[in-house]
Design a protein around this ligand. Structure first.
Ligand SMILES: [Zn+2]
Length: 377
């Protein structure tokens, strides 16, 4: 890494630290029923899942992340090693609630009961909610008093592209003011998006905790699927599925624009879905969770599960790579099973949607490679 890259990482980490949110999501504003301090909760279980994927004395996994390029002009995707003590943690629960809520999946074998599926889904929603609370705070810190001020009015929006393309000349200081305004404008949109996500994810969390604590069904349903081999691949994520596994639109462009403008006020209208994948007891478990009102997504997953085994695994891999930023992989498994060319494709699929959810890319990667069967004698 060169000096600029190191400096960039330092600044990013410092900003993230300033924006960190420590509080118990279950306790709410009053921290009701909370006990113990706020813990580093794992969104992907450390003891059973990450430990089984990790390698080496220090227990490292691979995850896909972005690093600034040498010339600092772009972000480059790569597999990064990370210790399992730290990976996938978030400061969103007090010790008491963390233990009470997640015990039925931490200490008992996974048998795909309704309650266990609800708890897995809840953890994915809580992790995403916490991420959005921190992103929102980061926007507020960076915007300062520009949060409520429009410093990128329509005439700036109309003329800046022409100025940047050299078709229109203005004094340098005006150009700088406009570029700064454009950055703030983008951050204000991001801030709004976080507010929408927070509203919807809070609805999901409330519905699921209601179901978990009172043993009843909620407005959310699960589709569970199981591969009969344990793969060192795990993810715990929440996303809006604009596209299905094949790159076909589930949500129209028009609806996508509407989603960006407002948030759902009822669980049945929620488009956010949750996905948990994890190896346990010789199998790989896959849980999709979505609103009962989201029939388009349900049909898309049903189509995926009807495919032949290889196509199903490729479709599932497309979903993970395009939609999940919280996935762990076994380092050796990746290095030994995928060619350099395939690893490049994996990174491309991962980075395509990070900045633009409309840029879903369909690939031919299968993240769940079957162990070679013994050659018949
Ligand atoms: Zn608590």
């Amino acid at each position: 890494m060169n000096k600029d890259q190191i400096e960039f990482n330092k600044t990013v980490n410092q900003k993230k630290k300033e924006a960190s949110v420590k509080g118990c999501l279950r306790g709410g504003d009053e921290q009701a029923g909370c006990s113990g301090k706020i813990v580093s909760a794992h969104s992907i279980q450390r003891g059973k899942i990450l430990a089984s994927i990790a390698e080496g004395n220090e227990g490292k996994i691979y995850y896909l992340g972005l690093t600034p390029a040498e010339d600092m002009m772009s972000m480059v995707p790569e597999f990064k090693p990370e210790g399992i003590k730290k990976f996938s943690t978030f400061s969103g629960f007090c010790g008491g609630h963390d233990k009470a809520i997640f015990q039925p999946i931490e200490d008992a074998a996974f048998t795909a009961t309704a309650k266990q599926k609800d708890i897995y889904a809840y953890r994915a929603a809580a992790k995403e909610l916490h991420t959005n609370l921190e992103s929102k705070r980061l926007c507020e810190i960076q915007l300062g008093d520009k949060l409520g001020e429009d410093d990128f009015p329509p005439h700036f929006q109309a003329t800046l592209p022409m100025i940047l393309q050299g078709h229109l000349e203005v004094p340098e200081f005006i150009k700088e003011v406009m570029i700064h305004g454009a950055t703030n404008h983008q951050m204000r949109s991001r801030h709004k998006q976080c507010e929408h996500n927070i509203a919807e994810l809070s609805l999901i969390c409330n519905a699921l905790t209601g179901a978990i604590e009172h043993d009843r069904s909620s407005e959310f349903e699960h589709i569970y699927h199981c591969l009969n081999e344990a793969y060192p691949v795990a993810c715990c994520t929440s996303f809006i599925p604009y596209f299905d596994h094949d790159g076909a639109r589930i949500i129209s462009e028009q609806d996508q624009q509407l989603i960006a403008l407002s948030h759902a006020t009822s669980c049945l209208d929620i488009k956010n879905v949750l996905l948990n994948i994890f190896p346990e007891a010789g199998e790989t478990h896959i849980i999709f969770t979505f609103s009962k009102g989201n029939q388009n997504f349900k049909r898309a997953i049903e189509r995926l599960l009807k495919l032949d085994d290889d196509s199903l695994r490729i479709g599932l891999s497309n979903i993970i790579l395009n939609y999940s930023e919280n996935s762990a992989y076994g380092p050796k498994y990746i290095e030994e099973n995928f060619s350099l060319e395939q690893i490049t494709t994996i990174k491309e699929l991962f980075s395509s949607t990070v900045f633009n959810p409309s840029a879903f890319q369909k690939g031919n990667i299968n993240l769940f490679i079957k162990a070679p069967s013994a050659t018949p004698q």
